[in-house]
Design a protein around this ligand. Structure first.
Ligand code: BMA
Length: 319
């Protein structure tokens, strides 16, 4: 694709919805301290969010909220949708930060979420058709691991998982492969932190990978540690369509950072943490759902074509 030279600047891609935050603990049908970091999927012509809900003990579970337009009139499940399995060692201290993807072969949704085990956070997999009943497949890889999502299909016969282990205090994004969604191998470093940049301290997957004719759009969060706080912002890479372990381009700048009051002030200040996206290709629209300051849920919208133009104008990476 030739360079088209009409791309927007990084910070112009997304528009915050004026009704933000769209979901708050006060909206919940039962007591909750915070609602944030939701997975997003289109189900029965509605936008479905699977939100992380933190209870008054400080433990989290996941609850579904549905809306016809993805912005207003949210119908929240009256009770928690997916809670920690009391018999599971891995889910001892709750479930956090889900991502959802539609598996084309299985014709089911895959939910990858963080289980807080006594041995640290691990990524677990649950499969569902309807977000009412779930088949739990357990922990995928050892701790410490977070920020994971599957791709919707196999590549050269194998499923691919993006995830973020922490090793020696370093937090880079990895990609692993599996023939059966159970046994994982061929682990590869995919996106590393960048010294001195806004994403110098930690990186982790944001929403589910988004397929385009140019390749996979993979949004990720990047963390900078300052003397005052840790700032969570959003970046973007483009992965090869057929070989997603190959990164083609990476944005130098962040494209969304904490600016609005609800992103700057909350239980954890200065956090935008996107975990779910809805794409309407016909309308050229990308809606990004994110946790704001670990307290509420907000949404920002971009034109899909603007995002593609932007990443295609970022420097090509050579392997
Ligand atoms: C990360 C995760 C997220 C959280 C973020 C900001 O490590 O635990 O759940 O939103 O920190 O506090």
């Amino acid at each position: 694709m030739p360079y088209r030279g009409r791309e927007k600047k990084a910070h112009e891609l997304f528009q915050r919805y004026e009704g933000n935050p769209i979901l708050k603990p006060e909206d919940w049908p039962y007591p909750a301290n915070a609602v944030f970091n939701p997975a997003a999927a289109r189900v029965d012509d509605q936008t479905l969010l699977l939100a992380r809900v933190e209870d008054m003990r400080g433990f989290s579970h996941l609850t579904v909220a549905r809306s016809a337009d993805g912005l207003t009139n949210w119908q929240i499940d009256p009770d928690p949708t997916l809670t920690a399995d009391p018999n599971s060692q891995e889910e001892r201290w709750g479930l956090e930060d889900p991502r959802v993807v539609w598996l084309e072969e299985q014709k089911e949704f895959a939910v990858t979420y963080v289980s807080f085990s006594e041995g640290g956070p691990v990524v677990s997999l649950a499969i569902t058709k309807n977000f009412r009943t779930f088949a739990r497949l357990g922990a995928m890889l050892p701790p410490e691991d977070k920020d994971a999502c599957l791709f919707p299909r196999r590549f050269d016969g194998r499923f691919a998982l993006i995830h973020r282990p922490i090793v020696r205090g370093e937090a880079h994004i990895w990609l692993s492969l599996s023939p059966d969604l159970k046994h994982w191998g061929d682990h590869q470093l995919l996106i590393h932190t960048r010294h001195a940049y806004w994403d110098s301290h930690r990186v982790g997957l944001a929403c589910q990978p988004i397929e385009t004719p140019e390749g996979w759009l993979v949004f990720y969060h990047g963390v900078r540690v300052t003397t005052a706080s840790q700032i969570y912002r959003l970046g973007l890479v483009l992965l090869d369509l057929h070989h997603p372990w190959k990164m083609l381009r990476r944005s130098a700048e962040w494209i969304l950072g904490p600016q609005a009051y609800y992103e700057r002030v909350g239980d954890v200040s200065d956090v935008v943490f996107p975990t779910g996206a809805i794409v309407d290709a016909a309308a050229d629209e990308l809606r990004m759902y994110y946790g704001a300051a670990d307290s509420t849920i907000a949404v920002a919208t971009a034109k899909l074509s603007d995002v593609i133009d932007y990443i295609l104008a970022s420097p090509e990476l050579h392997h």
